[in-house]
Write a protein that binds this ligand. Structure first.
Ligand code: BYC
Ligand code: FE
Ligand code: FE
Length: 474
């Protein structure tokens, strides 16, 4: 099933066979391009960038590399191949054939979840739009643009579903997706983390490590959906997500390696000295990690949520790896532990599993994140540095759910407000951390060269040589 790149919207959904839909999307396309010109990566339009573009959805075809002029990038609509006789695999409709059309009674619920997913995609592009001016290398600049075009494509994926399956209100939602703005006081993006600024590359790498990973877990849950077009689009989006998280994990890894090198050469772990030497001290990296983890943990929603129970029972949103779990896939009698505050302490308490599905997905996410932090610590260990990074406790700095009402340290101790105020400067990025990191930001534009604060990558993209011009600047 290859993709038709001759039509104005590349796709594998036979757009040409549905003229009304095609016209509606061709109407939306220039609006999307206007949004991209206004809110997409600043100053990128005439640059030739070595990008990965999907030319088919088969494993051999979705990673085709070539230099592409950014403004000519072709965003398309790609669904993973349909599985014959797929069923609804959980909830009240377990065992029924998967839906190819939206069940009338679930229309507004499904639309809301698709809109929420869709809203994050352009939001992240908006958050990252100024980073191109301060990329530490052409390799990193290319990676930023790769993420940006793919998040743009993820917006297309959700807009296709809205136009194809939700009629007029779907079209209105597709317009609104181009109107909300990250961080806007009057018309912000829907979810908290997508209204936070991403002002520097340390934030960018933390965002792709922490927040794109929420994308992975939410998309995995949606890839289980009984609504088959949503499942298929989520499955294809997931093929792209792995690279986004790689950029975050390897970006932080390279920062750690470079700092460790300077720590060894100068036999110091003093943050002020390291800053004078132009590298990022490790406690600052930890504070950024604490911040990005806590805002991302909020993205999973409230610990107990009747919405989550409804999404599951209706067959709209499953669990991570739903079909690999061995249980009844209805969960009416099952329980799951959530943290409750009892006499000033955090105590795991069994709750109805259906209501605790946000918490369960958050826990699945945390396990995955632990793996990445473990790999960072291995790098530090091998580099001969004693410092270790750690994930903050899941109750740390929460703004969503019952844990928003308590002060908890990164190690999980419940604190008084006064204790929190004493500790917080060690736990979350300080203004001086952010302004120091800002002083390091400056574009490095010579192929094969890297800013002083970050090591070069182990290997090039698509095995390109070290001095490859990933981006041709004008
Ligand atoms: N900020 O019952 P609750 C990605 C709202 S990332 C603000 O707990 P529910 C990407 C909630 O909407 C993946 N508001 O929520 C990554 C609800 O509002 P309403 C994105 C929040 O519904 C990087 C109310 O609080 N995809 O793809 O169980 C770059 C009650 O909450 C927040 C998805 O999220 C928050 N953090 O769960 C690019 C998947 N949390 O309805 C892209 C789709 C909750 O009462 N979304 N609220 O007005 C969902 O599955 C669910 O909407 C959520 C929330 C899991 C987000
Ligand atoms: Fe995405
Ligand atoms: Fe992503």
């Amino acid at each position: 099933m290859s993709i038709d790149y001759t039509s104005s919207i590349p796709n594998n959904v036979d757009l040409a066979g549905d003229r009304t839909l095609q016209r509606a999307l061709e109407h939306w396309q220039p609006r999307f391009l206007n949004w991209w010109d206004d809110m997409g990566p600043d100053g990128s339009s005439t640059r030739d960038v070595y990008l990965r573009t999907a030319v088919s959805v088969e494993p051999s075809g979705w990673a085709h590399f070539d230099h592409v002029r950014m403004r000519d990038y072709r965003w398309g609509i790609f669904l993973a191949p349909q599985e014959a006789e797929r069923q609804v695999n959980f909830g009240d409709h377990l065992g029924e054939p998967a839906w190819q059309e939206v069940p009338g009674e679930y229309r507004s619920t499904l639309r809301r979840i698709i809109v929420t997913q869709g809203d994050t995609e352009p939001a992240s592009v908006e958050q990252q739009r100024h980073l191109g001016a301060t990329a530490p290398s052409l390799y990193d600049l290319r990676n930023l643009y790769q993420v940006n075009v793919e998040e743009g494509r993820h917006l297309w994926a959700m807009v296709y579903l809205l136009h194809r399956h939700f009629g007029r209100d779907g079209r209105e939602e597709a317009e609104a997706l181009l109107e909300r703005r990250s961080g806007d006081a009057d018309n912000p993006r829907i979810l908290g983390a997508f209204n936070e600024p991403t002002p520097d590359w340390l934030s960018f790498f933390m965002f792709t490590f922490c927040t794109d990973r929420d994308g992975k877990f939410q998309l995995c849950a949606l890839a289980e959906s009984g609504f088959d077009p949503l499942a298929r689009t989520a499955r294809f989006m997931l093929t792209e997500e792995a690279h986004h998280m790689f950029i975050g994990e390897s970006g932080i890894g390279r920062i750690l390696l470079r700092t460790a090198e300077v720590m060894r050469t100068h036999a110091t772990d003093d943050p002020a000295t390291l800053r004078r030497l132009g590298v990022i001290d490790l406690p600052t990296v930890q504070r950024y990690l604490n911040f990005h983890m806590s805002v991302t943990l909020d993205l999973f929603g409230s610990d107990l949520s009747s919405n989550a129970a409804t999404f599951y029972s209706c067959g709209i949103k499953g669990r991570f790896a739903e079909t690999r779990i061995e249980d009844d896939h209805r969960l009416r009698d099952a329980t799951y532990p959530v943290l409750q505050i009892v006499d000033g302490a955090l105590v795991p308490t069994q709750a109805p599993c259906l209501n605790a599905l946000n918490e369960q997905l958050r826990d699945d996410y945390l396990k995955d994140t632990h793996g990445g932090v473990g790999r960072w610590n291995k790098l530090l260990e091998r580099a001969g540095v004693d410092f270790r990074l750690s994930l903050p406790h899941k109750a740390f700095n929460r703004k969503i759910g019952p844990l928003a009402g308590v002060r908890v340290s990164p190690s999980g101790q419940v604190l008084s407000e006064a204790q929190w105020q004493v500790g917080v400067a060690d736990w979350l990025p300080r203004e001086e951390d952010r302004s120091f990191v800002r002083t390091l930001m400056g574009a490095v534009t010579e192929p094969g060269h890297y800013a002083n604060w970050i090591a070069s990558p182990k290997a090039g993209i698509n095995q390109m040589p070290a001095d490859f011009a990933y981006v041709r600047l004008d």
